[in-house]
Write a protein that binds this ligand. Structure first.
Ligand code: 4NP
Length: 157
């Protein structure tokens, strides 16, 4: 049996946005029957080993998704060889990913909202220093992107 498709979501800290993307994508993949290995990581090392930000855990829980078991990790060059898709949450993440990408690299790099209809080029804004309400916007952005990506990958399978 060939290994399942694999997707990694990357933001700056891996405690606010990419854990939500991981959780939302996992839920959507299960809903549509897409077999996929899912992970998330941060550009920076600050939150390695930590659970997601309580505000991210809360917004996911309000939408029926439990992300409390996730733990922060930092993206590494080898991830470009072990994941099929690496998906950045914003432009800064994408730029930094290009800088650590090894050559050769097998992973396809994209931005999450490139997969959402009508949102190509948009970033998922960093809610870390924003009021709690910002996390609802993060959640809806992440759902738009992960739904589109899951549907695309299901179509390719
Ligand atoms: P995230 O948000 O990239 O969505 O996880 C951040 C979390 C932590 C930091 C920055 C952004 N930080 O500087 O520690």
């Amino acid at each position: 049996m060939s290994p399942p498709l694999s997707v990694m979501f990357v933001c700056l800290g891996n405690i606010c946005r990419s854990p939500l993307a991981e959780g939302a994508f996992r839920a959507e993949a299960a809903r549509i029957g897409l077999q996929v290995r899912v992970a998330s990581a941060g550009i920076g090392p600050w939150h390695v080993g930590e659970p997601p930000d309580p505000r991210s855990q809360a917004v996911a829980a309000r939408h029926g998704v439990d992300i409390s078991g996730q733990r922060g990790r930092q993206v590494k060059p080898a991830d470009f060889l072990t994941f099929d898709h690496i998906v950045a949450l914003d432009w800064r993440n994408l730029t930094e990913l290009k800088q650590i990408r090894p050559n050769p690299s097998t992973a396809l790099l994209s931005m999450l909202l490139d997969h959402a209809p009508g949102r190509a080029g948009d970033a998922v804004a960093d809610p870390y220093y924003k009021p709690d309400e910002a996390f609802e916007i993060t959640w809806s952005d992440v759902v738009a992107g992960t739904r589109g990506l899951a549907a695309k990958l299901k179509g390719e399978g």
